[in-house]
Design a protein around this ligand. Structure first.
Ligand code: ATP
Ligand code: MG
Ligand code: MG
Length: 381
């Protein structure tokens, strides 16, 4: 049995545990808030502190990129951390992320790094409106972002960003990345894995739909070969450059026939949850395989599959379970407005059947909790 320690004890660690146990992997999680090694999500068993967890583990990985740098350094010093602390830090700092994209000549939105008021003013001159300002270190689910449509907003936005940074507890110097708003036709993401032997396997591109800045629906269905190839090339370039090991996700904006990278996540990703049902091997198993030095499992799409996030709700009507080819995945987390509480995976033999089932699901679910689902589902009909 191989022992895996995951930095972070949320649903991603839990799903690594669920996928790892049939492979005889013992997955434990390090809860950064309590400095204890626990069973993922439901910390019934406490196994000790970080030092104990590191000593026990064969391999250490992370379920999120905002891990304290000293924790990463301690884990890396054990020689067991995969992916590397550098890869994890890049995913947690938009400035480093942009540097990586530039150094690999990967297309992305025009941007300027802001460290002072002068930089801010220059950014407004250098980039065309609308501009999106993003906290370099702290954003997720669309938080820590400000959108500027007109220069009249400049003072307000500068003030809000300054307040946001002043409230930060981070010891790393804060900054902002200003990006040109991209007029994309849709957002897609690529999830893939690279193992310790340098073997790579990527899943089919997934189309993603956001509601108020949070991922709400992902759909994996056959997609144009040229887009898949572009995305796979970017994946190969970035993971080779980083000598990356594990699952990595890349979010893209599609503009015409071109993909521009939005951001990367050095971990299993919400837009890859559909792989639990729609692919030969799920992303969680492939992450475990990759870091354990095992051959990667096939990433083949078995049939068109969608994932619907359950945000801020801890129950759905039981009739949902009567829809064919549908599975529920609750995370056992405390209910909070807008929080990712679980997800639903749903498949069809073809895109039409998947769309029909999504419409059936939308008809059962509350419109308020899932405001755009019906509309999104109909797009596929
Ligand atoms: P995540 O939860 O995916 O980590 P995040 O907080 O890191 O989100 P981004 O992915 O950078 O934020 O942005 C959130 C969303 O805002 C994007 O999915 C996209 O819809 C929109 N967005 C971000 N940057 C741009 C841009 N340059 N042009 C147009 N839309 C953008
Ligand atoms: Mg992000
Ligand atoms: Mg994102």
């Amino acid at each position: 049995m191989k022992k895996v320690l995951v930095l972070g004890a949320g649903q991603l660690a839990r799903m690594m545990d669920l996928a790892g146990s049939p492979l005889n992997m013992d997955v434990k999680a390090y809860d950064v808030r309590s400095n204890t090694v626990v069973h993922p999500v439901a910390p019934i068993h406490v196994y000790g502190d970080l030092a104990h967890g590191i000593a026990e583990a064969d391999v250490i990985t992370a379920e999120f990129e905002h891990v304290a740098h000293d924790t990463l350094a301690t884990c890396e010093a054990s020689g067991k951390l995969l992916p590397s602390s550098q890869s994890i830090k890049i995913g947690g700092d938009r400035r480093l992320e942009k540097q990586l994209l530039e150094s690999c000549q990967v297309p992305n939105a025009k941007h300027v790094v802001i460290e002072s008021k002068e930089d801010f003013e220059q950014a407004i001159e250098q980039l065309e409106l609308p501009i999106i300002f993003k906290s370099a270190l702290e954003g997720y689910d669309g938080k820590g972002q400000w959108r500027m449509k007109s220069v009249d907003q400049a003072e307000n936005i500068w003030q809000e960003m300054s307040d946001f940074i002043a409230q930060s507890k981070s010891l790393v110097p804060q900054g902002i990345v200003a990006e040109q708003m991209v007029p994309f036709s849709r957002e897609v993401s690529l999830v893939g894995a690279r193992n310790t032997h340098g073997e790579v396997a990527v899943y089919p591109l997934t189309e993603n739909h956001h509601t108020s800045g949070v991922l709400s629906v992902s759909v994996a269905a056959p997609i144009q070969e040229n887009l898949q190839q572009q995305a796979a090339d970017v994946f190969a370039k970035l993971t080779e450059k980083l000598n990356y090991v594990g699952v990595l996700a890349i979010e893209f904006f599609q503009v015409g026939e071109q993909l521009l990278v939005n951001e990367i996540a050095p971990r299993v990703h919400n837009s890859g949850h559909w792989t639990q049902q729609g692919a030969d091997t799920c992303q969680f198993e492939n992450h475990i395989r990759a870091i354990a030095g095992l051959p990667l499992g096939s990433t083949h799409l078995v049939r068109p599959t969608a994932m619907v996030n359950i945000l801020g709700e801890d129950t759905v009507p039981n009739e949902v379970l009567a829809i064919p080819s549908l599975t529920m995945h609750w995370y056992d987390k405390e209910k909070r407005a807008g929080r990712k509480m679980g997800h639903i995976n749903i498949s069809g033999h073809d895109e039409l059947e998947l769309a029909q089932r999504l419409v059936a699901l939308a008809n059962i679910l509350d419109d308020q909790a899932f405001p755009d689902l019906a509309q999104f589902a109909k797009k596929y009909l």
